[in-house]
Design a protein. Structure first.
Length: 170
């Protein structure tokens, strides 16, 4: 997913030392990236994206979904100081109603990043629609689109609460 989300960024050639000798390879050219996981489930994606882009900075947006209203509630926001010089990729494994993604992107936009993208693993059509209507300038990268949301706002078939699954708090 990280490859797809960074595919259009310009590259430059560099030389690196491998265990077998020197090799010419391509790296992202002069772009400053920031990954911003939506806490807590988005943390499960950070190690993987940093493997691909180790020079990126990481910020954090803390939101949780009120189970009664299904609306996101902000409890934490910490972004790199130079966020206005960075392209941002927001991370959350699930895009269900779209509420958390929309609010996280709204919060980040207040700091005027150069550009923003949203990356998830599984989404519901309702969440994609809500996010793209609220933020048409933010491209969405998603590995799988499931069927629909159920009556309590979970993706069907989905996988339940991603944060609970990642951190074993089922």
């Amino acid at each position: 997913m990280c490859y797809e989300a960074t595919r259009e960024l310009p590259l430059e050639e560099t030389t690196i030392e491998t265990p077998m000798g020197m090799a010419k390879t391509k790296v992202i050219a002069g772009r400053k990236l920031a990954f911003v996981p939506i806490l807590r489930a988005g943390l499960g994606m950070v190690d993987g994206v940093l493997e691909m882009v180790p020079a990126a900075k990481v910020g954090h947006i803390g939101l949780y979904r009120d189970h009664e209203t299904l609306q996101p509630v902000e409890y934490y926001s910490k972004l790199p100081l130079d966020i206005d010089e960075r392209d941002v990729i927001v991370l959350d494994p699930m895009l269900a109603t779209g509420g958390s993604a929309i609010d996280a992107i709204t919060i980040i936009k207040r700091s005027h990043p150069k550009s923003m993208r949203f990356m998830c693993i599984i989404a519901a059509p309702e969440g994609i629609k809500a996010l793209t209507e609220a933020h048409p300038d933010v491209e969405v990268f998603c590995a799988a689109v499931d069927d629909h949301l159920n009556e309590v706002g979970y993706i069907v078939p989905g996988l339940g609460d991603a944060g609970d699954r990642i951190f074993g708090t089922l």
